[in-house]
Design a protein around this ligand. Structure first.
Ligand code: TEU
Ligand code: CA
Length: 556
């Protein structure tokens, strides 16, 4: 069997604005990334996923694109990009681009033309509707970043749909010219030699024709039944596959909030001719009284149930993507582990072990490999992110909930936790910039930084390096089937991977104290492939956040 490269790869996500600044303006850029390729090579990853680097007014940090064929001025030039791609390829690293085509910026030329209305060629590029007879909005839908999903445009005299901010109008995928333009643009990037696409909210590109009011959840009506996994989404992805993806050797991953394993088999089923894999979000979705804004931890049995269900239900049908965090999520060690000494390093390694031994393609978000933590935000004045700022306004400033109650909730999950600068060394601004960074550096940078970790053989960095190397060495990690043990344990995440005679036992403690655990007999003589303690589990006991992988040789 010929295994495609993306099934054996480990991906590293870069949020360019916060990765490395090369010219002292406080904003990360492409030359900054190029200057750090050797660091990524040392970590051992295969693929870089670049969050958007295209021309953008940055209402949503590049997820609002005004020109798909130009580089964001602050990030550099197309020559800088070509150099990054060439150098990455020289080192054997691939580059996957972020494809944001559910919406554009309202400053995109297509939108400027479309809002003119009339009979022009761009008239139907976006989703325009008249108001209700009483002059009200076309329906009650709320946008992801606060407020209604409709914005009135004076020039055109109609409302346009925006599922995100009002500076991110949704494209009308039902219009064939829109699809042709998007596919042309994708082909243009493929011809440059890029290695794939991460597709932003790709599950939302097809909307129902009717757009009735949605069930009111919180302040507005819910658009999901009409806009998520819409009627033609699979037709459009197959068309994309025919006209673009199938012509190149690419890796594709769709961002598909709200998918079930069954949906995932449609988007990424081996025989479907759509995508290679999708991101699901069940394990990072915890809802409370204020929607996603809460400090609650998912109970371990539930977390295990979710991840295990994805492992088994996709088995042999579709391929999983594996992640704890990304640029929209708080820091993994703060959310799922314990970011206080002495547990930060141990729990960061335990989380890594637990995820990287599963079946699927692992994604590492920049700084995760150092065990970077959430930021100690003092108040909303510290936020930059459009989602956090709007949520604070909508929940708190409106008087719905007090600052005292709401603050810990939003501070715990704000996307800005992931967006503070990468911590390279112990010098000013953590070596990220010689100027003033666009987001403040986490004050813990003197302790947590790449230089310190590279000098410490027991660091989180080297643990990731080892996990990545193991994946390349043991086919059971890539291909083995998955079996969860101890589903009800509230402290331990334990599973097996099995490939023929070969078997792995993965044991990870999510507790800050000792827990009873007997290594099953067949693994007692097995080799220890990796551990976050110096020695194997003591008899019958697992230490705080202990994580260990045991390998049973064939024939034993
Ligand atoms: O995110 C889409 C998405 O599902 C959002 O709901 C996101 O998870 C948000 O943080 C939820 O609270 C993608 C991008 O990853 C995000 O950065 C963009 O802001 C968004 O699309 C719009 O392009
Ligand atoms: Ca810069």
């Amino acid at each position: 069997m010929n295994t495609p490269w993306w099934k054996q790869a480990v991906v590293y996500q870069i949020y360019p604005r916060s990765f490395m600044d090369s010219n002292g303006d406080g904003i990360g850029d492409l030359r900054g990334i190029t200057s750090r390729l050797d660091y990524l090579k040392k970590l051992g990853i295969d693929v870089i996923w670049l969050s958007p680097i295209y021309q953008s007014p940055n209402d949503d940090n590049g997820y609002d694109i005004s020109d798909y064929r130009a580089i964001m001025t602050e990030f550099g030039t197309m020559e800088d990009f070509d150099e990054l791609l060439a150098k990455a390829h020289e080192k054997g690293l691939k580059i996957v681009m972020d494809l944001v085509v559910n919406h554009t910026s309202d400053e995109h030329r297509w939108f400027a033309e479309s809002r003119k209305g009339g009979e022009g060629p761009y008239r139907d590029y976006y989703i325009w509707r008249d108001g209700k007879e009483d002059g009200g909005l076309p329906n009650n839908w709320g946008a992801c970043f606060g407020g209604p999903a409709w914005q009135f445009d004076q020039e055109r005299g109609q409302y346009y749909l925006h599922l995100f901010s009002k500076k991110q109008p949704d494209l009308n995928w039902d219009h064939p010219a829109v699809r042709d333009d998007v596919f042309d643009m994708m082909n243009w990037w493929c011809e440059k030699g890029i290695d794939g696409f991460r597709m932003d909210v790709i599950s939302m590109i097809s909307k129902t024709k009717d757009m009735p009011d949605g069930e009111v959840k919180g302040l507005y009506g819910d658009y999901s039944p009409y806009c998520v996994h819409g009627p033609k989404v699979h037709d459009y992805l197959r068309e994309m596959n025919r006209k673009v993806l199938s012509k190149y050797d690419l890796m594709t991953v769709g961002e598909t909030a709200g998918v079930t394993p069954k949906d995932a088999c449609l988007y990424a089923g081996a025989d479907r001719g759509e995508l290679n894999m999708v991101f699901q979000f069940e394990h990072v979705d915890v809802h409370g009284a204020y929607g996603k804004w809460n400090e609650k931890r998912m109970p371990l049995p539930q977390l295990k149930e979710i991840l295990s269900r994805w492992q088994t239900e996709l088995s042999g049908k579709a391929w999983n993507s594996l992640f704890w965090d990304n640029h929209d999520q708080p820091r993994a060690v703060s959310r799922f582990g314990d970011d206080r000494a002495p547990y930060r390093v141990l729990s960061a390694k335990a989380l890594a072990t637990c995820l990287h031994m599963m079946q699927g393609t692992p994604y590492i978000y920049q700084g995760e490999e150092l065990g970077m933590t959430n930021y100690p935000f003092r108040g909303p004045e510290d936020f930059q992110d459009i989602e956090s700022l709007h949520a604070y306004e909508e929940w708190c400033e409106s008087g719905r909930v007090s600052h005292e109650r709401f603050w810990p909730c939003i501070a715990a999950v704000s996307r800005d936790n992931a967006r503070t600068p990468m911590q390279w060394d112990e010098t000013d601004q953590a070596g990220f910039t010689k100027g003033t960074p666009w987001m403040p550096v986490n004050p813990n940078y003197k302790e947590i930084n790449a230089r310190a970790e590279l000098a410490d053989p027991d660091s989180v960095f080297y643990h990731y390096q080892k996990l990545i190397a193991l994946r390349k060495q043991y086919p059971v990690i890539v291909h083995g089937t998955y079996r969860l043990l101890l589903p009800d344990s509230e402290e331990l995440f334990v599973y097996e991977r099995i490939l023929g005679e070969e078997k792995l036992l993965v044991v990870c403690s999510f507790a800050d104290h000792e827990t009873e655990f007997q290594v099953p007999g067949e693994f007692v003589l097995g080799t220890c492939l990796i551990s976050n303690y110096r020695d194997r589990p003591e008899k019958g006991v697992l230490r705080a956040y202990e994580a260990v992988v045991l390998h049973r040789q064939p024939g034993l």
